[in-house]
Design a binder for this molecule. Structure first.
Ligand code: GLN
Length: 250
């Protein structure tokens, strides 16, 4: 069994679990591969997980609750020491950034793992939420655009000096984990991105660095399973072989 957790302190938890369930039926289960999906609220539950999603919601609140429950350091360990697959959507992306620049709020505690600085609430308030078709090459060639839902979304405003997340080093060995830009939003129609340093180049809205993946938008609020399937495949690649070896006692 591969256990995938969704951090359930606050935010869009059930939506992720539902879409993960649906996505898991698309994964070739030739090796009697089973998934279990778990809402994570304690360090014990986190300890049972092979991979984790940090959902959307409100990142300051999520950090405060995580701190209160003693989950912040175990989360950092999960991401940066155990290097287990983690995906943050929206507020989850903020949590996984090494730095966050707030538009209004001040500093906040983060889990980190991605050598990026995010800009919170890039597109304004809840009222300015929108859906945009994104071409995401990592889903494969010729795929139709992904309908990305942006709700008070953060963007990656800068890739910062790599190594601050400790992604660079594992057991004293340098890892080739660089920040890959996997999605850019260039604005369209009514939703042209105005001003800002990224106005011309577009805004970075999906990144991956080694085991850590982040999206500004909310695939779990659609019924498009493609990103969940893509991510689950990586979870399988990262964990299943190790489990088979362990089960065979070799
Ligand atoms: N604006 C929120 C934050 O900065 C994220 C919004 C969301 O997750 N939909 O935490």
């Amino acid at each position: 069994t591969i256990t995938v957790g969704v951090l359930a302190l606050q935010g869009g938890v059930v939506e992720h679990i539902n879409l993960l369930r649906k996505a898991s039926t698309h994964i070739n289960s030739s090796e009697s591969l089973q998934f279990e999906f778990l809402q994570v609220r304690t360090t014990t539950e986190l300890g049972e997980c092979d991979a984790l999603i940090i959902p959307g919601g409100e990142s300051t609140t999520m950090a405060i609750v995580a701190r209160r429950l003693g989950l912040l350091d175990p989360l950092r360990e999960f991401v940066k020491v155990q290097h287990k697959p983690v995906w943050g959507t929206c507020a989850g992306l903020v949590m996984l950034a090494e730095q966050a620049a707030a538009t209004k709020q001040g500093g906040q505690e983060l889990v980190g793992g991605l050598d990026v600085r995010v800009l919170r609430n890039r597109y304004g308030t809840q009222m300015q939420s929108f859906v945009a078709g994104l071409d995401l090459e990592f889903l494969g060639r010729g795929e139709v655009p992904f309908k990305a839902v942006f709700i008070r979304a953060p963007i990656v405003e800068e890739i910062i000096a790599e190594g601050s997340s400790s992604q660079g080093i594992e057991n004293g060995v340098e890892r080739a984990a660089r920040v890959e830009v996997l999605g850019v939003y260039r604005g369209q129609g009514q939703q042209q991105v105005e001003g800002g340093e990224n106005g011309e180049k577009g805004d970075i809205v999906a990144v991956r660095q080694g085991n850590v993946f982040g999206t500004s938008f909310h695939p779990e609020l659609t019924d498009d399973v493609r990103i969940h399937v893509w991510w689950l495949r990586q979870v399988v690649d990262a964990t299943w072989h190790g489990k088979l070896v362990a089960a065979n006692g070799s």
